[in-house]
Ligand binder design. Structure first.
Ligand SMILES: [Zn+2]
Length: 565
């Protein structure tokens, strides 16, 4: 048994995430966590809301709420939606927790001891009318690169240029619109990432098994030269900087957010201190046997392959640093961006209003944007669900159980012995089950799901060949073998499908009167697996597992969520 620590990029606090966010972080992390638990490993799956920074403050202001109250409310909403999507987090924390504050301040002190922190006086835009500095998104103006008039202080949304607030032309306060601004001097802390380049390069050099997407982004950052990074801000909302002369300043959100992976683990442990030990996952010798895997979209790769390792390695303390980064490309919506403001694409809460979580989980993992970007279209979505889930899996289950009930009653029939057809089936199952497990271990989700679909299809191919409905009249025992094998295939499908479609799997297991504790990863040969449910074992026929998606529904949803331009 191994110990596996799993984190996914923290969803930002301002609002519900769309399907593209989910498929690049929280969903694959959950699928992988469920898979490793099923394999019998000890898993700790951690996520949290990322609550600091100017977007949270501005969103709270727009909602007419105090920022702390706003974050508390949004955290509850995101946690609820995640749970309804079946995310099996061990803990879903908050980056605004006292645990994260203590860790962030501690790590800054250690980085300072290691000579990696420097005080610098920099020029900042100050709003005289608002009586405050205007960092990042608190300032808007015209982009100096493309002329877009609503560029923000940290980035131009139009041309994606990264900006400094002082770069903006005709700058104004995002709070009051005031142009009564001046540049004032302010003292800030810089993390001297430039001093870490050699250590980071050596560390990354050991990661030979990482996806090319991830290593190429990390190397590009190193090759272009790492800039020292300002890790403090003139803001009130955030983690206070524990240093004389820095009263009224907080850490920059990108410094404290990844530390919350550790912070949330402490929150988890503090909820049951006698039973849980956060340090054994993160610190020193006790954590040496932990394998730490992170999930994220490609925009987050620099901060996880360079930024967070700089913090942990630079502290000179024995922190657990990531062992494997699984990065994802983008999921697009008809080839374009998901957009809240333009009402394009599907958000997590809307998705659950129209279909159960497992339908989304299956489609998104089967089409995960791994090798390249992937495009969501309603036509492809409906085609995939109707074929894979309704026809290949759902039909098989209903076909075999209904026939079994009508001819043999509601127990697994006795009689007959497996023959050549069953031998061919078990041989192919053995090969495919092995491949399925290996693909999951390598986190090649698209291929793993293609293998899962191929295993389901074996069930239909087998039934066509064994044809118990045809043999029943002349050879009752031969039909009994077909039915018994078919019912045991359902059990096997339910077990191995659990990481992806946990609710449907549970319905299948329930129909076969198999308890969750019996549903463990199949480590025995398929010939034995297909004898697991013995003659006389009771079952019930479930309702139709997966409803087909109709053309009218597609038309409705395209109307509601937007379609091809
Ligand atoms: Zn621009």
């Amino acid at each position: 048994m191994s110990r596996i620590l799993i984190t996914s990029a923290l969803p930002y606090i301002n609002g519900v995430k769309h399907l593209g966010n989910m498929v690049g972080s929280m969903l694959p992390a959950d699928v992988y966590a469920r898979f490793q638990r099923l394999r019998g490993h000890e898993v700790l799956c951690i996520c949290a809301t990322d609550e600091h920074g100017t977007p949270a403050e501005l969103a709270a202001r727009e909602a007419g709420q105090d920022v702390a109250a706003y974050c508390a409310e949004q955290h509850t909403i995101q946690k609820d939606i995640g749970e309804r999507f079946g995310f099996s987090w061990d803990y879903f924390g908050r980056s605004s927790s006292p645990q994260n504050a203590a860790l962030t301040q501690h790590l800054c002190t250690k980085l300072d001891d290691a000579g990696l922190i420097e005080e610098r006086v920099v020029e900042q835009v100050y709003s005289i009318d608002d009586a405050r500095f205007l960092p990042d998104r608190y300032i808007v103006g015209t982009c100096p690169k493309c002329g877009y008039e609503n560029a923000r202080g940290d980035q131009c949304e139009n041309c994606t240029s990264v900006l400094d607030p002082t770069d903006l032309i005709d700058a104004r306060s995002a709070i009051s619109g005031s142009t009564n601004l001046e540049v004032r001097k302010s003292r800030h802390l810089y993390l001297l990432q430039s001093k870490m380049v050699n250590r980071l390069r050596a560390w990354l050099g050991t990661k030979t098994d990482w996806p090319v997407l991830v290593t190429s982004i990390a190397r590009k950052w190193l090759d272009e030269g790492l800039h020292d990074r300002c890790i403090t801000r003139d803001l009130k909302w955030g983690i206070p900087v524990n240093r004389p002369g820095f009263e009224g300043k907080v850490f920059y959100v990108w410094f404290d957010a990844p530390i919350e992976y550790i912070g949330a683990t402490r929150e988890w442990a503090d909820a049951a201190p006698d039973a849980r030990d956060w340090k054994s996952w993160w610190y020193g010798e006790a954590a040496e046997d932990v394998r730490y895997v992170q999930f994220m979209g490609k925009d987050n790769v620099p901060f996880h392959s360079i930024g967070f390792p700089t913090t942990l390695l630079g502290s000179n303390e024995p922190w657990k640093v990531v062992d494997y980064i699984k990065g994802f490309n983008w999921l697009t919506y008809y080839g374009g961006k998901f957009s809240t403001s333009q009402k394009r694409g599907v958000f997590m809460d809307q998705a659950l209003e129209i279909l159960p979580a497992d339908i989304w989980r299956y489609y998104l993992m089967a089409n995960a944007p791994e090798g390249s970007d992937a495009s969501f279209t309603w036509e492809h979505f409906a085609g995939t669900i109707n074929k894979d889930l309704a026809d290949v899996l759902g039909n098989f289950i209903n076909r075999i159980l209904r026939f079994a009930k009508s001819k043999f009653g509601e127990t697994v029939p006795d009689g007959g012995v497996p023959g050549e057809v069953e031998a061919n089936l078990t041989k192919e199952l053995d090969a495919r089950l092995l491949a399925y497990g290996e693909l999951f271990e390598r986190m090649e989700f698209r291929k793993a799901l293609a293998e899962l679909r191929a295993i389901w299809a074996l069930g239909n191919e087998y039934l066509t060949e064994a044809a118990p409905w045809a043999t029943f009249k002349q050879d009752r025992d031969a039909a009994a073998v077909g039915v018994r094998t078919g019912i045991n295939l359902i059990r096997l499908f339910a077990i191995i499908s659990q990481p992806v479609i946990p609710t449907l799997s549970r319905q299948m297991l329930k129909a076969l009167h198999v308890t969750d504790s019996q549903a463990i990863w199949p480590n025995t040969p398929a010939a034995e697996l297909l004898q697991a449910l013995k003659p006389g074992h009771a079952f019930s026929v479930p309702d139709v597992l997966v409803q087909k998606i109709e053309d009218e529904q597609i038309a409705d949803w395209k109307e509601r969520f937007g379609g091809a331009e």
